[in-house]
Write a protein of this length. Structure first.
Lengths: 368, 411
């Protein structure tokens, strides 16, 4: 559907008022319904684009909750991303802090400014260069939450899955740039990764980051088609492999925990059951939050929101942490380094007594 | 001091930005482009967070002689929140707190509280709303009261106005608590006599709702002790993609057993908030009328000849007929609007009325409000300068005048 067609189709029922950023900002221009009306007004020439409009379109974590509640099934995630790409094409974006991350990534191939040579610093298990299974750590696990990367390869090893790893040749998957409309950079990163994987003879890709998982499984095939590459990889999130291969654990963890659905794993890719099955098999007493599965509240970090609108992002993070605390659980389990990072920071920042963990870390603990 | 200074000195949340102001000229209705010129972009949008701020807004409006247009979530399709003379749009969505009283079996809610949030809050205390709109997931307390709407549960409990202990209203003289017979001066009047800021809503015991579908093309049923009853014709159900026959849905709030299809009943009950899903396929025009029971069958027979999607919600003392007219190509747009108007005039022939007046039917207030003359006298006493939502209920407006002309043409 074309932009105008989608915008005109909106019935303005306001079911999308549950958008996490709109709940805090409160102005119609930040709500999905409002943005669709702005889009219509822009395309029909009644209003002109200005800085405020651009910012409001970026006050969105692309979490996709609006798409879930949309009565008429408008493809909203794709729409928000395409409009941002249009803004970038026309020179209205990226916004300042997104540009800063872009510059860092052009220089270092990761958005954190980490030195590429140190990307594999966490690795303590020798990869099997002949394996056709690739572990893709992603930037957050490589430079911020290295424990997740370590735990992931240890779990793969315990499962008997021999893996290969691209080391310093692994570059950012490009997810932050696709979500913020910077497709030129995302495509450049795709091409680099793709060529590396082809050179390594990769057939299967396992990643512990939902952002990378979504990008490699859903966005890369589109890029490949557009750029004339053959793309034939099986892509898994680590939790999917764990669920498939481990039906019981050596040790049961007797803790009470709740689970946060990462938007890119849940709403974007439909993976809700696998992490829950793994958590239950671990013997954990899982208590669901009031908003879970497809109605889960975003952690607040995605879609470039944390980078550009930090305060807003932390307001959402705090709400999610509060919601988790209300379950009475001491642990908040997730399956995404970006969510873990942001929710941990939110928990620290607002002095909340809940520990945020990745499910892979617990799995490794329970496996002999 | 100008309006900008007055607002910015007194209210925390306001917005003078043009794009923002434009967004507050919409509701669910799609005003035809030739009529959009009569919609006037407001001067400012404000979002009060307390009654104190609402009082300040009214003072400013009085001082600068600018209209005030109250607005909830704008989920209605009748134009009640559309500004026709500019002014100040008061977006009440930030006043959304509520409290449940288990002992009193009531909820005290600010006007911007969302109906479904209240329902979930009440459920925690073993209570539930007696009536709620089919837009409950997103619509506000104040908005529905200002329309005196019918909805789920209206068969047993009537319209929303019958389910209020009291409301709190702000007008140019201050804040007042209204109950009993005086509620008639505010309920269903689109905020033209005062701004509803709080309501005490009656609740019921939260009992399991059992729903049964009965395949039948007849409207004359014994609705028994049902809590909610709605008839959907096959065209309506086709739009919901759920069934291809006429169905009566009967819902009971106890363990009543009933000879009907419980599985289909559950499906239709779960679809009660999805009436507008038809819009996935094509553009639609809506029409909604209130019909007395003694003529509902004859009225239904008459309009069902149009072959359009119809839903009949049975209320305590009337039936509400909701029609969805599909537009499959651009040439069908104006004929669909005329069809919608035809339904309204037919309803009047059968002793009925439009669901509410809003922007489009403000020339029909004498039909919608039986005590119109009394209300008009009241309006003049509380709002002598006609600043509260002008162009609605008590005055015609350019759009309603054009609707009036169109009605004469089709007659």
């Amino acid at each position: 559907m074309k932009y105008l067609e989608i915008a005109k189709k909106c019935i303005k029922c306001n079911y999308c008022f549950i958008c996490p950023t709109y709940r805090f900002e409160g102005w119609e221009s930040v709500s999905p319904r409002g943005k669709l009306q702005i889009l219509k007004e822009l395309l029909e020439g009644r209003v002109k684009i200005n800085r405020r409009v651009i910012e409001d379109f970026y006050k969105c974590s692309t979490c996709g909750l609006c798409e879930v509640v949309c009565m008429i099934d408008l493809p909203l995630i794709e729409l928000w991303e395409s409009i941002r790409a249009e803004f970038v094409r026309k020179g209205y974006a990226p916004l300042e802090l997104h540009r800063k991350v872009r510059d860092l990534t052009y220089k270092n191939y990761n958005p954190y400014g980490g030195i590429p040579e140190k990307r594999d610093e966490w690795l303590h298990i020798k990869p099997n260069e002949k394996s056709k299974v690739l572990y893709f750590a992603g930037c957050t696990a490589s430079f911020r939450l290295q424990n997740l990367a370590k735990n992931s390869v240890e779990v793969l090893t315990k499962l008997g899955i021999e893996f290969n790893y691209a080391g310093k040749n692994e570059v950012c998957c490009g997810s932050p740039f696709i979500r913020t409309g910077q497709l030129d950079l995302a495509k450049m990163l795709f091409e680099k990764n793709y060529k590396t994987w082809i050179g390594m003879g990769v057939e299967t890709i396992v990643t512990s980051c939902p952002g990378c998982y979504r990008t490699i499984a859903k966005d890369y095939p589109k890029f490949a088609k557009e750029m004339g590459y053959e793309y034939d990889f099986e892509v898994y999130h680590t939790v999917m492999m764990i669920e498939r291969f481990i039906k019981s654990f050596d040790e049961e963890l007797e803790i009470r925990a709740t689970y946060h659905d990462p938007c890119h794993l849940g709403r974007h890719m439909g993976i809700y059951d696998e992490p829950r099955k793994v958590i239950r098999r671990l013997g954990i007493d899982l208590i669901e939050m009031e908003r879970s599965r497809e109605y889960s509240l975003c952690c607040g970090a995605g879609g470039g929101l944390r980078t550009q609108f930090g305060d807003l992002s932390f307001k959402i993070g705090r709400e999610r942490i509060d919601e988790a605390a209300r379950t009475g659980a001491k642990y908040l389990i997730t399956a995404c380094p970006f969510c873990e990072f942001h929710l941990s920071k939110s928990s620290e920042k607002f002095n909340k007594n809940i520990k945020v963990l990745d499910v892979v870390e617990l799995v490794n603990r329970a496996l002999k | 001091m100008d309006l900008y200074e007055a607002i910015s000195n007194s209210i925390k949340r306001y917005d003078f930005d043009l794009v923002q102001r434009l967004l507050y000229t919409y509701d669910v209705s799609n005003i035809p482009s030739i009529l959009r010129r009569f919609v006037k972009v407001p001067d400012v949008v404000v979002q009060p967070e307390s009654v104190d701020e609402v009082l300040k807004i009214l003072k400013i409006a009085e001082e600068f002689k600018v209209p005030i247009v109250p607005r909830g979530a704008a989920t209605s399709a009748y134009g009640g929140v559309i500004p026709l003379q500019g002014g100040i749009v008061v977006d009440f969505t930030r006043m959304n707190r509520f409290e449940i009283s288990k002992d009193e079996k009531s909820a005290i809610a600010e006007c911007g509280a969302i109906w479904w949030d209240i329902e979930r809050g009440a459920n925690r205390f073993g209570l539930a709303l007696r009536v709620y709109p089919t837009s409950a997931p997103a619509s506000t307390v104040g908005g529905w009261i200002a329309q005196n709407g019918y909805g789920v549960g209206s068969l047993k409990y009537g319209c929303v106005g019958e389910n209020l202990e009291w409301i709190e209203v702000v007008d140019f003289k201050g804040v007042k608590r209204i109950s009993g017979r005086d509620l008639r001066y505010y309920i269903g009047l689109n905020g033209t006599t005062g701004l509803i800021v709080k309501a005490c809503i009656k609740l019921r015991e939260n009992r399991c709702i059992r729903c049964f579908a009965i395949r039948s093309n007849l409207l004359s049923f014994d609705l028994g002790n049902a809590y909610h009853a709605v008839f959907m014709n096959r065209e309506f159900l086709k739009l919901l993609n759920s069934c291809f026959e006429d169905v009566l849905l009967l819902c009971f709030e106890d363990e009543t057993d009933f000879d009907g299809d419980e599985k289909l009943g559950k499906i239709l009950w779960d679809l009660r908030f999805q009436q507008l899903r038809a819009r996935r396929e094509f553009e639609i025009v809506l029409s909604e009328v209130v019909i007395p029971y003694n003529s509902i069958e004859a009225f239904y027979d008459e309009i069902s000849k149009m072959g359009i999607a119809l839903e009949v919600v049975f209320a305590k003392d009337c039936a509400v007929v909701f029609a969805i007219i599909p537009i499959r190509n651009r040439f069908e747009y104006y004929p669909a609007i005329l069809k919608a108007l035809k339904i309204v005039s037919k309803a009047e022939e059968f002793g009925g009325r439009p669901y509410t007046t809003g922007t489009f039917f403000s020339h029909k207030s004498h039909i919608v409000y039986r005590n119109f003359e009394e209300l008009l006298r009241f309006k003049r006493s509380v709002d002598p300068q006609n600043l509260l939502n002008p162009g609605k209920v008590f005055n015609k407006n350019p759009i309603s005048r054009i609707v009036e002309i169109a009605e004469r043409l089709i007659a």
